[in-house]
Design a protein around this ligand. Structure first.
Ligand code: AMP
Length: 620
């Protein structure tokens, strides 16, 4: 049994003073997002509806001319302008192109890899957006919804993420919050939030499974809860299994009945397909409460097609999918070292868990005696739990779940004056993190490690904590040394930074107390500044990354041109020289998008040159 993360930790520190400022709870979902708050009237969490009365904001953004649409309005654009409508952005958070593979097949919009950071961006027209910026658009909509409710600005939030999200994905979620103008007090695991909504944090020693089947993803998490401390014992699932798969099977069934009745194919007209999808989903949902549902398709040029579906038929279609989820449950239980009967409760999350057959099968799987929690709306339960956590962090509850956390992020200086963060603000201590770096010039034998604290992206805006040198690295070409930098903060808040060059075994380290001399007001100022300048800072960081990349690329291209350039036709060499000149000019400017574009073009244009260089090296 390997504990993979402790989510909430009871602090020994005095409780946070109550703040008057509201703290909101946000479920930033793949398909839908919601915002919840603690109701002062009832003392219970509630999800806030928008002007349309719906509590859900579909996680969709559409770029229509100069307008940016979010939610239901954006979702309507998906069929008509698939290339400028962004959905499922959560799947891209903190990912590089290499991590994606299968995801790309499902996304009609253009995804490109950023140079240097290895993270993806979405290209809409000639603009590039990071997944963080796009998620920030959704978060800003939820923030405005909360502000309309309170009649005052809202700047503090708790945001949920899947238990399996890694550090990069969690960090991307935090950045999204910052861009939207939110100070993210805590990133909470979705299953933990669901358990909090049911008040399960009060268990003395409980084991709980959270079964979450949404529109596109399935997760099962097994948690141990002991007096307010949540531990994820195991998590498993499939990021491509959800209500959409059930709908596809129901669609196939309706299509086959249509074709048998009408004697011709239904065809692939996008409008007809979108009607078919809507009808299939509506019937499937209706059959969670009724026994029969009618599907009606308006087919151009012929009479409408009507078909009655029974609950039994739809259950037969859905049953294999439910069994698939149970396979994941079996693996999660095995990883947690538990049997179904060892659990004290199963919490049901996600719209599909309203299906009676699913509930029966899940109950039977866990041994029949474990209570299934289904009372809270399964679409809202995660957001409601986030609001419970938000309320705790606002210091409004006596039943404290607090954290010993780092008050500000910690990182090191990298080329060009940017900060690479290793430990994020609000990470609970003790903790460790490491990352690999390399040299920038050939034959470099020492590197300066500059340790910084703060939320901003550039060195000049952060607090300098210490510097030390890693010396006697054997001379190597730039990019070859592997320097592993490790940050470790112990339970007393003392930071130890070590830098080790892996090929030569050289290492050096320094110890500092990051909170030394840091007043609460200063922490607040640094956080507030980082929020105010989030967009400008990220642009500046990106520009530095692109300039570094341009520098490395141009040096490599010039070297190769000198070696094998003669083998290229003269006009191709002229084109490359012109592109290099453009990149140099753009790198001296302040706009990252055109530089990114021209740098990508230069990369494509010099592929043949690079191949010639490799061939020459092989022959030498
Ligand atoms: P979520 O991602 O949690 O919002 O879940 C959305 C999914 O739940 C969609 O696939 C919906 O079709 C499905 N869903 C919502 N209500 C029901 C219901 N009553 N019965 C079955 N599936 C439902």
């Amino acid at each position: 049994m390997t504990p993979i993360g402790i989510n909430i930790h009871r602090s020994q520190q005095p409780p946070a003073p109550p703040t008057d400022e509201p703290v909101i709870g946000i479920d930033l979902g793949t398909t839908n997002s919601l915002v919840a708050i603690m109701s002062p009237e009832t003392g219970k969490p509630v999800v806030l509806p928008g002007p349309d009365g719906s509590t859900l904001v579909p996680s969709v953004i559409a770029f229509a001319g100069s307008e940016t649409l979010v939610g239901f309005d954006a979702r309507r654009c998906a069929t008509l302008q698939p290339q400028t409508t962004v959905f499922s952005i959560k799947r891209l958070m903190g990912k590089g192109l290499g991590d994606l593979g299968r995801e790309l097949e499902f996304l009609p919009y253009h995804v490109v890899e950023s140079s240097m950071t290895d993270l993806v961006r979405v290209q809409i027209g000639d603009r590039f957006y990071t997944p963080q910026e796009l998620s920030a658009v959704i978060l800003a909509t939820l923030k405005r919804r909360a502000e309309a409710h309170f009649g005052r600005p809202v700047t503090k939030a708790v945001i949920t993420v899947p238990a399996y999200f890694d550090d990069a994905q969690r960090q991307a979620t935090r950045d999204a919050g910052r861009i939207a103008g939110l100070d993210v007090l805590r990133i909470v695991n979705e299953p933990t939030a669901a358990a909090l909504a049911y008040g399960l944090d009060r268990e003395h020693d409980g084991k709980v499974a959270v079964y979450d089947l949404g529109g596109g993803t399935f997760d099962i998490s097994v948690l141990r809860i002991s007096e307010g401390v949540f531990q994820v014992l195991a998590t498993h699932g499939d990021t491509y299994l959800g209500g959409d798969d059930l709908d596809r099977d129901v669609m196939r069934f309706i299509r086959a009945r249509f074709e048998a009745a009408r004697g011709h194919a239904l065809g692939e007209d996008p409008r007809l397909l979108s009607q078919l999808r809507e009808q299939a989903e509506a019937a499937r949902i209706a059959l969670s409460s009724g026994d029969r549902a009618t599907v009606r398709l308006e087919v151009p040029g012929e009479p409408a097609f009507e078909l009655e579906l029974t609950r039994q038929q739809v259950e037969d279609l859905c049953s294999p999918w439910i069994d698939k989820t149970l396979e994941h449950c079996r693996i999660a239980l095995r990883d947690a070292g538990l049997a179904g009967e060892d659990l004290d409760a199963v919490v049901m999350v996600g719209g599909v868990t309203r299906m009676p057959l699913l509930r029966q099968k899940v109950a039977a799987f866990f041994g029949g005696h474990v209570p299934l929690h289904t009372d809270i709306n399964p679409d809202e339960v995660v957001a409601l739990g986030a609001a419970v956590q938000a309320h705790v962090l606002a210091g409004k509850t006596r039943d404290l779940l607090l954290l010993d956390v780092t008050p500000l992020s910690l990182g090191i200086e990298t080329m060009g004056g940017a900060v690479s963060k290793l430990i994020m603000r609000n990470t609970h201590v003790p903790c460790s993190a490491s990352e690999k770096f390399t040299t920038f010039v050939d034959g470099q034998t020492s590197v300066k490690i500059h340790v910084l604290q703060g939320e901003r992206e550039l060195v000049k805006d952060c607090r300098s904590l210490a510097t030390f040198d890693l010396r006697d690295i054997p001379p190597m070409p730039a990019g070859l040394p592997k320097i592993k930098v490790t940050f470790h903060i112990d339970a007393d808040g003392i930071l130890n930074v070590t830098a080790a060059e892996e090929r030569s075994g050289r290492s050096a380290s320094v110890q500092v107390t990051p909170t030394h001399g840091l007043a609460k007001a200063e922490i607040e100022r640094m956080v507030a500044e980082s929020i105010a300048s989030a967009r400008a800072d990220l642009t500046a960081h990106r520009l530095i990354d692109l300039r570094n990349q341009a520098d490395v690329d141009i040096r490599a291209i010039r070297k190769t041109l000198a070696r094998v350039g003669d083998a290229l036709p003269a006009d191709e060499r002229v084109k490359i020289e012109a592109a290099i000149a453009d990149v140099e000019r753009l790198a001296a400017g302040t706009e990252p998008d055109p530089l990114h574009k021209r740098l990508d073009e230069l990369g494509k244009m010099t592929r043949r040159l690079a191949e010639l260089g490799i061939r020459k090296t092989l022959m030498e």
